[in-house]
Design a protein. Structure first.
Ligand code: UDH
Ligand code: NGS
Length: 287
């Protein structure tokens, strides 16, 4: 079983690299809402012995990459509980080393998803030398474990068969929901734009950054890249960004000065929970 430490683990003798394909994969699996609290979940994974802050490692082999899952977040507790219940079992079957970072925007009122992604990247790297980053909406739940949570050399758009669009995507160039980036690619694109306050456009902006640096994103086959998306009501504090079309128009010009090299934020709190790391962020909205 995946849960039992091997003799090698107990004796501390180095263990061999994880296989290219985990033997534990099952293919399609089901999304269930979790009935319970965050505290219940915190105790659910004790047998996997995650390090504080929620660093999970496969017990039986040496993983190939270190993955940070970054969730831009605010006021979606129910979704977060479902995420934290749904993801670790799948990732453990995939034999992935991972940590989930929840990046919560405390202020200002208008939400900025891509800025939270920049913050997540920078803050995760202060904790460990992650080589792979998956930026993930809190309300998208993978339902096929052949959709492997690892980075290839290309950026990858993972959410390609999304329930709310009848297991499709809304338009060909859609680049939202879940994207995987090796660290090297994030460095190349100067991360993401900090200017999209409110809903819409920031994901299209990520896509145009790739074009500037001459990269294309890839996608897993639609039979694997499947996501359950429970319906929810509209968020407060995330009205449509009125300037998003204007921003998109000069997205390609802004890449060198709007991104990781210009992001300004304050960390108000870092909570290292048993199964994930919760970081609270305050941003000054510059006019
Ligand atoms: N998010 C939050 N809190 C918020 C807003 C967004 O946590 O208040 C995060 C969360 O991870 C969410 C992601 O940002 O999954 C994307 O949010 P979104 O509002 O862009 O997308 P979602 O699919 O909702 O969750 C779609 C609302 C449709 C608005 C249509 C306007 N024309
Ligand atoms: C496009 C938005 C994207 C968004 C996508 C799906 O119109 O940011 O819809 O939205 N682009 C612009 O507004 C320029 S969804 O149905 O998930 O709310 O991701």
């Amino acid at each position: 079983s995946i849960a039992n430490p091997t003799r090698q683990q107990k004796t501390g003798i180095p263990i061999k690299a994880c296989p290219k394909k985990s033997p534990y994969l099952v293919g399609p699996f089901v999304f269930h809402h979790f009935i319970g609290t965050l505290e219940d979940l915190n105790n659910k994974y004790e047998k996997y012995r995650p390090e504080l802050g929620g660093k999970f490692k496969p017990l039986e082999c040496q993983p190939r990459q270190k993955l940070a899952i970054i969730i831009p977040y605010r006021d979606r507790r129910r979704h977060l509980i479902d995420f934290l219940s749904h993801m670790p079992p799948m990732l453990l079957r995939q034999q992935v080393e991972f940590t989930i970072f929840v990046i919560e925007q405390d202020s200002p009122e208008i939400f900025n998803r891509a800025l939270m992604m920049n913050v997540g990247y920078l803050e995760a790297l202060k904790q460990d030398d992650y080589s792979c980053f998956i930026f993930h909406d809190v309300d998208m739940y993978p339902i096929n474990d052949y959709n492997i949570y690892q980075c290839s050399t290309s950026p990858t758009h993972m959410a390609v068969a999304v329930e709310k669009w009848k297991f499709g995507i809304p338009y060909r160039a859609y680049y939202g929901g879940v994207v995987a980036y090796p660290k090297t690619v994030i460095e190349k694109t100067n991360g993401f734009s900090n200017l999209y306050f409110g809903w819409g456009g920031e994901d299209d902006d990520l896509g145009s950054r790739l074009a500037v640096v001459g990269l294309k994103f890839v996608r897993p086959p639609a039979v694997y890249g499947r996501y359950a998306t429970p319906v929810h009501s509209k968020d407060k504090g995330n009205p449509e960004a009125p300037n998003r079309f204007r921003l998109l128009n000069d997205a390609k010009r802004r890449i060198w000065y709007d991104g990781l090299n210009s992001v300004v934020y304050n960390v108000s709190k870092i909570e290292k929970k048993k199964i994930y790391t919760h970081i609270h962020i305050a941003v000054d909205r510059q006019k």
